[in-house]
Design a protein around this ligand. Structure first.
Ligand code: UGA
Ligand code: MN
Length: 313
């Protein structure tokens, strides 16, 4: 009896442990299948993302005409900060080549390093201001050599798309880049923070360009700011002599006049037909050069490194 009982109870407990281990085995295989399922799903997701990333660009992206952004720059304490801010704005824009052109005799590795770090496609060129203008007490033609160098580059290297002169210290809403991309000849739009009027803008009356609003007209045919117009590269090729004059205050006007013949009706009016402001002529406070660095006192410290990033007279 006891034996049988024991036997019975043993066999019962065997049955019980049997079904328990079956359940456990089932649980285990469910877990295993789940794991395999989740892992496979993950692998497929990764592969799919990779596949997507290797896909050719969509038609919409392929047909986007290239933008050439010509940025004059020069060595000063604010230079790397300005280029960094502008560069990260441009990083939001597709199919763009940034022509950074320094008013200098040779390139500066610190500028090249900054441009590399930002990661926007760029060409870094130099174009010094002619000596005769450098030492004048009068207003200097700032950024003119640089911009003309940019035009030469485009004449040699570009066949389509649109060029825009973007000074390194201004503020740009990225929407203006998408709008200017389709410029047929010349496009224009308002620029905030220009002169006492607070804005420089084409005047649109009954849908037509009817003069300009700017605190300083100065006898200009095109009283516009550098940040307020873009030009088609094809149109530039049709005007082989177009260039910017070394004439302070008249750089924009001189360049736009050199694009003649150009009818007012051919000027495209962007930024919601000039009812909106998407670019600003911001100016950065001038900072004094850094004071001399005591290399002995700070030898073997981090300061010995950052000291090399500073601008001194
Ligand atoms: C204003 C206009 O916005 C400029 O487009 C125009 O060239 C200038 O006036 C002018 O008429 O001289 P503003 O803010 O007064 O510009 O001048 P900056 O911003 O000091 O210089 C314009 C551009 O030229 C900047 O991108 C700057 O980096 C560059 N620049 C300035 C040089 O390459 N060399 C210089 O010696 C000074
Ligand atoms: Mn400026």
């Amino acid at each position: 009896m006891t034996n049988t009982h024991t036997h019975n109870s043993n066999s019962n407990s065997n049955k019980m442990t049997g079904s328990l281990s079956n359940k456990m085995a089932l649980g285990k295989s469910i877990k295993m299948y789940l794991t395999i399922f989740v892992a496979t799903t993950c692998i497929y997701m990764v592969l799919y993302q990779y596949h997507l990333s290797r896909q050719p660009l969509t038609a919409n992206e392929v047909v986007k005409p290239p933008l050439y952004i010509i940025t004059p720059t020069y060595r000063r304490p604010e230079q790397l900060a300005e280029l960094t801010r502008l560069g990260y704005t441009l990083k939001h824009v597709l199919n763009l080549l940034w022509l950074v052109i320094e008013d200098a005799n040779k390139t500066n590795p610190l500028v090249a390093h900054t441009l590399d770090r930002i990661g926007v496609p760029y060409e870094y060129l130099v174009a010094p201001m002619p000596e005769q203008y450098k030492h004048t007490k009068k207003a200097k033609p700032r950024g003119v050599s640089n911009r003309n160098r940019g035009l030469d580059y485009l004449r040699a290297n570009a066949s389509e798309g649109v060029l825009y002169f973007a000074d390194d210290d201004n503020t740009y809403d990225v929407n203006i880049f998408e709008q200017m991309r389709y410029t047929k000849k010349v496009s224009m739009w308002p620029v905030g923070l220009v002169t006492k009027t607070g804005v420089s803008s084409p005047i649109i009356r009954e849908g037509k360009l009817d003069g300009y609003y700017d605190g300083w007209i100065g006898g200009r045919k095109y009283p516009v700011d550098m940040a307020g117009f873009a030009v088609s590269v094809k149109f530039l090729h049709e005007r082989p002599n177009a260039k910017m004059p070394f004439k302070p205050g008249y750089e924009e006007d001189g360049f736009l006049r050199s694009l003649a013949p150009l009818q007012n009706s051919e000027i495209e009016l962007l930024a919601d037909e000039c009812r909106d402001i998407l670019t600003w002529h911001t100016q950065t406070k001038k900072n004094p050069p850094a004071q001399p660095f005591n290399a002995t006192r700070y030898a073997n410290t981090n300061l010995a490194f950052i000291e090399k990033l500073l601008v001194r007279p």
